[in-house]
Each structure stands twice: as structure tokens, then as C-alpha cells.
Write a protein that binds this ligand. Structure first.
Ligand code: SF4
Length: 439
């Protein structure tokens, strides 16, 4: 039996696709391995939406090709890098055995099985569903990709060209998958897409995320349903109402705004009324915890734009802000804009915004010190020094990988995937320190 290893790079959407791919490989009789050295076949599922991601993908391909030199492993590349580079892939990596883009991923296992590869298959899109899936984490938390592609035209972004137009999955197929995940012990389901809040408009003629969330909230065993990648102008009243209706929809939303100054938002081709949308959400859901993403150093951004952004953030709408310095992609329309800003200035502004946001975060957590908070345990490791256990976990307002952890020391080991209560005592960076009663 041939052994296959899949390396997933980039965003959680790629993680889900890699899990579907592993499921399809297994259904065709391949054995799955995480160890490239022992694999007969390796697939590198890549990312290329900004320069650093592209470089990381190229580095991963070279590292796997160095294994090929030793053991003759067959190497295939998939996803956003081949979709971006197209047939330049062959000249850049002549040693690879084949590559597919984003829309032809599901054909890869069959082509490898039949050894019928004609070197490239490139079409934008995504592997949006599969009855086969091999989860890459043992934790009871996973992602559900509800749609692929994007209909927006943000001037700095090349994702629509890599992933094609917006394509929702049906509510039935999503609920079926969510039920099977819950039946297999998943307690936290994290909804993802390029833009989750436009879900359904392409297949139902109207935004239908509220309907999907209502159905998912009724599935037994799902304790936390979390929404990431909301798009400001498609957060409507019926979606806000669903957050109030269901206790197991986390009172948390990731809603990238990218900036707040109208001067910058218009150059980004993003909603100019972003500030009033955020104010509306916080007025209707005062206790919701918001996360956002910001780009600093966008062409044409000036000091007063940054000051306007910082004063908006200091009003405390967001608990978490991921800040990124502008990455000039030659394939993106924004690369043609005048007043490009030096990368060093973009990074200076990034640090300014991060520091301002950290004070907001700290004061928010200080204001709930002493409160009890429920959290899921994700890791428990014993200290050699005194035999005590370092425990890390997450609470309802911490998404995986991006919002820090709940941390504490325990005399006894705690079971990963279980929920516990603790009292908030403070912060360390973005981690929240708690104490728990004797267990
Ligand atoms: S909404 Fe997101 S994925 Fe779509 S174009 Fe804008 S930044 Fe890119």
C-alpha cells in the first residue's frame, strides 16, 4: 500500500481541504503518514496570497524535494501557488511530478492513483466538500468551510483570482457534515470562508448565514459555534438576532475591517461606513467580543489616517486586532497606486497600532478580573522541576491560533478536550491567567 503525506500551508481553509484530500486518498486505499521520510507520495498544499506566504510555500517545496533526492518520493504541489504561478511552476520546480491549482484538487488522488498526470491542471476554485475527511487535530475543535471564493474586489487582494467567484455549500450538506463531526466528538465548530457573512446569496438569492447558524445550533454536542471572516457590510439584523437566540453560538465574531479612515478604505475598495457598522453591532450586542484585522502602510495612508484608526480602536470596540504591514503584490491593483509607502514606515505604524490595542486588551481583561470563565483544555504537560502540570486552553472569546490562551498551573493532570471553570487573575501578553478550585 502506498503511503501519502499531505503538508498543509496557509489558512484554515487550506487545512480543511488537506483533511478532505487525506480522506479521499484513504478511500482509494492509500495509507496516510505524517512522516515525509517514509512516504511514497507527498502533496504540498500551498498558499500564495502575500509575498511571505509565497516564500514559505516555495521553501516547503524545496525541503520536500531534498527528501525526494534521498528516497525517490513522488512530489505533487497543489493550491494557491500553482494557481498564481501557472505553468511557471514547471520551470521553477522541474523535479516535481505534477501540480494542480485550487479548483482541481479533488482530481489529484485519482490522477496519482492512475499515474495519469499530464503535469498540470489549473482552474480557480476549491475542494469545498467531501464525504471523506481525516481531521488533522485530536482536539474536539475543528473548522467548517461553508463557502469558497470571493465576490469582493479589495484592491490589495489577489484571492478572487486564486479562488474564483463566491461558491456556497448547501445548508443540508453543511448540517450533515456538522452532525457527523459532532457524533465523532467535536464540541467546537469554527465557520470559515473568505467572507462567511455573504453565505448563501449565490445559491439561495439572499444571505442565509442566519439560517445555517440556527440549524447548526440545534445539533447535539456542539457546545461552541464560532464565526470567523465576517465582512462588515453583510452583517445584517437577522444575523445579529441569531447571536442573541442561541447560547452555543459564541458571543464572539472575527470581522476584518482592514482600516477605518475613509481615505484609505476608498483606496482599498472597502465599505466606507465600516465605523458605523461596528458601532451598530456593539450597540445591538454590547457584550460580543470582536476581533479584527488591520493593514498599515497602505498606499496613500498618512499620519492623520493612522491617528484616526488608533483613536477608533481606543474606544474599545475590539478585544483582538491582528495588524499586518501592507504587502505590495504586483498581481494586485493596489500595486499600481501612487504614494506607495516604505516598508519600514508600514512596520512602524504596525507597532504603534499594536501597542495602542494592547492597552485596550489589558484594560478589558482587568475589568473582568475575579470573574469565573469556562474554558476548554488543549494541552497538559508535567513540569520536571516540581511535577506540577502546565495547562493551556481557550475560553469562548479565544479562537485557535490567533487569540492567545487560558493558562495555569495544576497539581493534577487535566483531560484535553474537557471543559473546566477558572477565576481570571490577570494576563501575560495575550494569555489569560486563571486559578481553578482543587480538582
Ligand atoms: S473580502 Fe477578503 S478575500 Fe475577498 S477580496 Fe476582500 S480581502 Fe480578499
Amino acid at each position: 500500500m502506498q503511503k501519502v503525506a499531505v503538508v498543509a500551508l496557509g489558512c484554515p481553509k487550506n487545512t480543511v481541504e488537506a483533511e478532505y484530500l487525506l480522506g479521499i486518498f484513504r478511500s482509494k486505499g492509500f495509507e496516510i503518514t505524517n512522516n515525509i521520510e517514509e512516504a511514497d507520495i507527498s502533496v504540498i498544499h500551498t498558499c500564495s496570497f502575500i509575498k511571505t506566504a509565497k516564500e514559505e510555500s516555495e521553501k516547503a517545496i524545496r525541503s520536500v524535494l531534498s527528501v525526494k533526492k534521498k528516497n525517490g518520493l513522488r512530489v505533487y504541489v497543489s493550491g494557491c501557488l500553482p494557481q498564481l504561478l501557472q505553468n511557471k511552476m514547471s520551470s521553477m520546480f522541474p523535479e516535481i511530478d505534477g501540480y494542480v491549482g485550487t479548483g482541481t484538487l479533488k482530481e489529484l488522488p485519482q490522477l496519482i492513483f492512475n499515474k495519469g498526470f499530464d503535469k498540470s491542471l489549473l482552474a480557480p476554485g476549491g475542494l469545498n466538500e467531501s464525504k471523506y475527511r481525516v481531521l488533522s487535530s485530536s482536539l474536539p475543535s475543528t473548522y467548517l468551510k461553508i463557502a469558497e471564493g470571493c465576490w469582493h474586489k479589495c484592491s490589495f487582494c489577489i484571492i478572487p483570482s486564486l479562488r474564483g467567484n463566491y461558491e456556497s455549500r448547501s445548508i443540508k450538506s453543511l448540517v450533515d457534515e456538522a452532525k457527523s463531526l459532532a457524533d465523532n466528538g467535536i464540541k467546537e465548530l469554527i465557520l470559515i470562508a473568505q467572507d462567511t457573512t455573504s453565505y448563501g446569496y449565490d445559491i439561495y438569492g439572499a444571505f442565509a448565514l442566519d439560517k445555517l447558524l440556527s440549524k447548526l445550533a440545534k445539533i447535539n454536542g456542539l457546545k461552541w459555534i464560532r464565526l470567523l471572516y465576517a465582512y462588515p457590510s453583510s452583517v445584517n439584523d437577522s444575523l445579529i438576532a441569531v447571536f442573541k437566540e442561541h447560547k452555543n453560538i459564541c458571543n464572539y465574531m472575527d470581522i476584518p475591517i482592514q482600516h477605518i479612515s475613509k481615505n484609505v478604505l476608498s483606496a482599498m475598495r472597502r465599505p466606507l461606513n465600516t465605523a458605523s457598522i461596528i458601532e451598530k453591532i456593539k450597540n445591538k450586542l454590547p457584550d460580543i467580543i470582536l476581533r479584527t484585522s488591520i493593514i498599515t502602510g497602505f498606499p496613500g495612508e498618512n499620519k492623520s489616517d493612522i491617528n484616526e484608526l488608533i483613536s477608533f480602536l481606543e474606544q474599545g470596540y475590539f478585544q483582538y486586532v491582528g495588524v499586518f504591514e501592507y504587502s505590495n503584490q504586483k498581481e494586485a491593483d493596489s500595486s499600481k497606486l501612487k504614494k506607495q509607502i516604505k516598508n519600514s514606515v508600514a512596520i512602524e505604524r504596525k507597532i504603534l497600532v499594536e501597542n495602542a490595542q494592547y492597552s485596550v486588551f489589558k484594560s478589558k481583561i482587568d475589568s473582568i478580573k475575579g470573574n469565573n470563565i469556562e474554558f476548554i483544555v488543549e494541552n497538559c504537560s508535567q513540569r520536571a522541576s516540581d511535577g506540577k502540570y502546565n495547562i493551556t486552553g481557550r475560553c469562548y472569546f479565544q479562537a485557535p491560533e490567533i487569540d492567545g490562551h487560558v493558562t495555569f498551573l495544576s497539581n493534577n493532570p487535566l483531560k484535553s478536550g474537557e471543559f473546566y471553570n477558572g477565576k481570571i487573575t490577570g494576563v501575560k501578553g495575550y494569555n489569560i491567567k486563571v486559578t481553578i478550585g482543587e480538582i
